[in-house]
Design a protein around this ligand. Structure first.
Ligand SMILES: [Zn+2]
Length: 507
C-alpha cells in the first residue's frame, strides 16, 4: 500500500487532537534455561546449538514450566504493584510463523499471572501514573535470517535461514492501560515509561534489558481523538521499537500521520505499523488480528500455575529497593534539588556518581568529575559516560589525591587523561609522570625570583600596589614548574616578596 499523505506538524496536530497512548513491552528474562525445556537461554550461541525436541516443537515432546521464570514474573508483577493470581493457566496462541516450529506460541490469554498495577513516572515535573493492565508469560520465537537481499528483509533475498536458539526463551509481556491526559507530552511520557520500566527490571535483576539485542522491545499504541470528543479514536500498533529514542519518535510520527489522515476526512485503520529508524516514520504492516483470529485455548500439556500465597509474600519481602525509592533516598542524602537530580539522570550519571560516593568521594566531588570533565570527554568521543575507560573507584581515588593536597585540579585532569588513555591507575600515573604539587616554599621562591627577574616591569606594578598584575608572574611560575605548583600559594609568596604581604583587592 502506498501512502502519500503529508504529516501535520506536531504542534498543529496536538492543538486539534488529544493523543492516547499505550505500551506493550516484551522482556526476555535472564533465566539460565528456557521457558519449557532445559536448553540454555544465553544470547550469542552458534545458530541452532541451543535446541532440543521441546523448543523445536517436535511431535511427542512435552513442555515443563521453568520455576525461575514464574518467580521472575511474580517479582515483576509485585514491583509494578500488581495483584498476583493464585491460579492461572497458559494458553495456545495459534498462528503461523516460519520461525515458530509448533505453529502456536504458548502464552497467557484471559488468565494472566499479574494484573492491575501501576508505575509512577515524572515528566517535566508532572507526575503520571501509568496503569498496568497485565503482566503475562510467554515463549519467544526463533529468528529468521534473510540472506542475499540489500535490506535484510525477505523481499529480494536469495534464501532464508532459521535459528531456533531464541525459540522458547522466557518472555514477559507488560501491557499498560491506555494512558490519557498526556497531551503534548505523549511521546516523552512513552519514553519515560519505558525508561523507568527498564530501570525497575534492571533493579530486579530479571533481564539484561538490552534494547539493541532485543531483550527489551516495545509495541507502541497510539490513537487520536478530536479535542473535546467523547470517544477515543482508532489505534495503531507500532511494532518492535528497539530504542528509547525510537519510542518517542514513533509516537510523535504516528500523531503527525494520524492527524493528517483525520484532517483529510479519512479514517485511521486499526493495523500494525513498522517504525523506520532512518526516516523516523512508520509504514503500514498488517491489519490487526482480533483475539478470535488466534483461536486461543488453554494449553493442555501444562499444569496450571498456582503460586502459594506464602511464596508470593516471601518474594515481596525480598524485593530490592526500587529505582524511584533509591533516587529519593540519594537525593536526600546528597542534598540535591529536583533539577540537579534530573540533570544526573539525563546524563546517565546517577549510578556512576553513586558508585563514586560509595568508593569514598564526596557527592560534590563525584558530581563535579562526572558532569564536568568526564561528560566533556564522553561528548567529544561520542560515547556514553558509562563506556569511558575509567571506573568510579578511580575517580574517587583522584578526588582523594586532590583532597590530600598532593594534586591540584590541573594535575588531576592530567591524571584523568592518563587513566582514560589506558596508562594505568591514578597512583601509577602520578608516579610515572612525576606529578605532584610543589608546595615546598624554597623551590617555589627560586622560581618566583627567576620570574621577577624576567618581568621587572610587572614586579614594579605590584610593588606600587597593583596586585592584579601578579597573575602574569603566577603564570610564569606555573609554566616553570610545569603546572605542578600550588597557584594560590605562589600568589601569596609573590605578593609577600614584593612587599604586599596582605593580598590586595583588585582596584
Ligand atoms: Zn530446548
Amino acid at each position: 500500500m502506498t501512502e502519500t499523505i503529508t504529516a501535520v506538524p506536531y504542534d498543529e496536530a496536538i492543538a486539534r487532537y488529544e493523543p492516547l497512548i499505550g505500551l506493550e513491552t516484551h522482556v526476555e528474562l535472564g533465566t539460565i534455561t528456557k521457558m519449557f525445556c532445559g536448553c540454555p537461554a544465553a544470547f550469542g550461541a552458534e545458530p541452532n546449538a541451543a535446541v532440543c525436541p521441546v523448543c523445536l516443537g517436535l511431535p511427542g515432546s512435552l513442555p515443563v514450566t521453568n520455576r525461575s521464570a514464574i518467580e521472575y514474573t511474580i517479582r515483576i508483577g509485585l514491583a509494578l504493584n500488581c495483584s498476583i493470581a493464585s491460579w492461572c493457566r497458559f494458553a495456545r496462541k495459534n498462528y503461523f510463523y516460519p520461525d515458530m516450529p509448533k505453529d502456536y506460541q504458548i502464552s497467557q490469554y484471559d488468565e494472566p499471572l499479574c494484573t492491575d498495577g501501576w508505575l509512577d513516572i515524572v515528566v517535566d515535573g508532572i507526575d503520571f501514573r501509568v496503569g498496568i493492565e497485565r503482566v503475562h508469560m510467554e515463549e519467544d520465537t526463533g529468528k529468521s535470517l534473510h540472506v542475499g537481499g540489500a535490506t535484510g528483509r525477505i523481499h529480494g533475498a536469495d534464501y532464508s535461514l532459521v535459528d531456533y536458539n531464541r525459540s522458547g526463551i522466557p518472555l514477559v509481556e507488560v501491557v499498560t492501560k491506555p494512558v490519557p491526559g498526556t497531551g503534548t507530552l505523549a511521546p516523552v511520557v512513552a519514553r519515560a515509561y519505558v525508561t523507568e520500566l527498564r530501570e525497575v527490571l534492571r533493579a530486579l535483576g530479571v533481564s539484561d534489558v538490552r534494547m539493541e539485542e532485543g531483550s527489551l522491545r516495545c509495541d507502541v499504541n497510539t490513537s487520536l481523538a478530536p479535542r473535546g470528543a467523547s470517544q477515543w479514536g482508532t489505534r495503531t500498533e507500532t511494532k518492535n521499537v528497539n530504542s528509547l529514542r525510537s519510542v518517542e519518535r514513533a509516537v510523535r510520527s504516528e500523531i503527525e500521520r494520524q492527524a493528517a489522515v483525520l484532517d483529510a476526512g479519512g479514517r485511521v485503520i486499526q493495523e500494525t505499523r513498522h517504525f523506520h529508524e532512518e526516516s523516523g516514520l512508520t509504514t503500514s504492516g498488517r491489519s490487526k488480528e482480533e483475539a478470535q483470529d488466534y483461536r486461543y485455548f488453554p494449553e493442555p500439556d501444562l499444569v496450571p500455575v498456582a503460586p502459594a500465597a506464602e511464596w508470593v509474600e516471601q518474594l515481596r519481602a525480598t524485593l530490592p529497593e526500587l529505582p524511584s525509592a533509591r533516587r529519593a533516598r540519594l537525593q536526600a542524602e546528597w542534598g540535591l534539588s529536583d533539577l540537579d537530580m534530573t540533570a544526573l539522570g539525563n546524563a546517565g550519571a546517577l549510578d556512576l556518581v553513586a558508585d563514586t560516593v560509595t568508593a569514598g568521594a564526596t557527592p560534590a566531588d563525584a558530581r563535579k568529575w562526572w558532569l564536568g570533565e568526564l561528560s566533556r570527554h564522553a561528548n567529544e568521543s561520542g560515547t556514553e559516560l558509562a563506556a569511558l575507560a575509567v571506573t568510579p573507584a578511580q575517580v574517587a581515588r583522584i578526588a582523594a589525591i586532590v583532597a590530600s593536597g598532593a594534586l591540584n585540579d590541573t594535575l588531576a585532569r592530567q591524571v584523568l587523561e592518563g587513566v582514560l588513555a589506558g596508562q594505568g591507575s591514578p597512583d601509577e600515573i602520578v608516579a610515572a609522570r612525576g606529578l605532584a604539587v610543589v608546595s615546598d616554599d624554597a623551590t617555589l621562591l627560586a622560581a618566583i625570583d627567576a620570574a621577577i627577574a624576567a618581568h621587572q616591569d610587572v614586579a614594579a606594578k605590584i610593588r606600587n600596589g597593583k596586585a592584579a598584575a601578579a597573575g602574569a608572574l603566577v603564570g610564569a611560575v606555573m609554566k616553570a614548574t610545569r603546572g605542578q605548583a600550588d597557584a594560590a600559594r605562589v600568589r601569596e609568596l609573590i605578593l609577600e616578596r614584593l612587599g604586599q604581604a596582605y593580598p590586595l583587592r583588585d582596584p
